[in-house]
Write a protein that binds this ligand. Structure first.
Ligand SMILES: CC(C)(COP(=O)(O)OP(=O)(O)OC[C@H]1O[C@@H](n2cnc3c(N)ncnc32)[C@H](O)[C@@H]1OP(=O)(O)O)[C@@H](O)C(=O)NCCC(=O)NCCS
Length: 201
């Protein structure tokens, strides 16, 4: 639920970072971005979090670069309790919808050796790329190195462990394509704001 100041900000065409949101370090927010209370966006050192215009991030969500970068396009909705770990780099396109409790993790623990614990073996980082106009259903998990093509739908509870071609509907563990969305074309009047306006100052 929006606070009074968020509602006023919305009326004025401004963004709002609610009290109780932890937004720290190298975090660049575009215009009209709404960050709910109880979220965490923390980037230190060389890390960066970039969120373009007209996005919202709801309660309980955490964006943590862990040495990498997280870049989010325009009009992206990140629902309640989503987690994005950016070690290998995470890039999310425009108009992406993430339902509640999605998890994007761009690294794996190494576990080849058995003579030392896994927590001493380091990690392998691989980027995650989510194309424009993708819908991730509730509790979708996206693993390191995966690209989800533009216009795709991922079913609730799926684990995406390999690339998904554009305009696919994919479901399950691991996610498999069950159908294509056809010759979809993005309508030209889709945008709610001027796409050419500069996002960051
Ligand atoms: C992926 C989804 C959009 C597919 O919808 P659809 O095109 O109507 O697909 P259908 O319901 O016809 O299902 C097709 C097949 O996929 C299976 N399937 C559908 N969704 C699935 C899922 N999430 N996981 C596993 N299998 C799934 C169906 O059981 C069906 O299998 P069958 O052919 O063996 O009977 C929908 O099932 C879904 O998961 N929606 C996400 C809902 C959500 O998270 N909402 C949050 C609010 S933003």
């Amino acid at each position: 639920m929006l606070s009074l100041r968020a509602r006023i900000a919305k009326r004025l065409g401004w963004g709002c970072v609610e009290f109780g949101a932890k937004v720290k370090g190298n975090v660049k927010l575009g215009r009209r971005v709404y960050i709910a209370s109880g979220t965490e966006l923390v980037a230190s050192g060389n890390e960066q979090i970039r969120i373009d215009n007209d996005c919202f991030i709801l309660e309980g969500s955490m964006l943590q670069p862990y040495g990498g970068n997280i870049s989010i396009g325009k009009r992206v909705g990140i629902n309640l309790n989503c987690v994005i770990y950016g070690m290998g780099g995470v890039t999310i396109g425009d108009n992406v919808m993430m339902a509640t409790s999605c998890v994007l993790v761009s690294a794996n623990h190494n576990f080849e050796r058995t003579d030392i614990p896994m927590n001493l073996q380091g990690i392998t980082c691989k980027s995650i790329k989510i194309g424009n106009d993708v819908w991730l259903g509730a509790r979708t998990v996206v693993l390191a190195g995966v690209e989800i093509g533009e216009g795709s739908v991922i079913g609730a509870g799926s684990v995406v462990s390999s690339n998904i071609p554009p305009y696919s509907v994919a479901v399950g563990v691991p996610a498999r394509v069950i159908k294509q969305r056809g010759n979809y074309k993005m309508p030209s009047d889709r945008s709610v704001t001027n796409d050419n306006e500069s996002s960051f100052k």
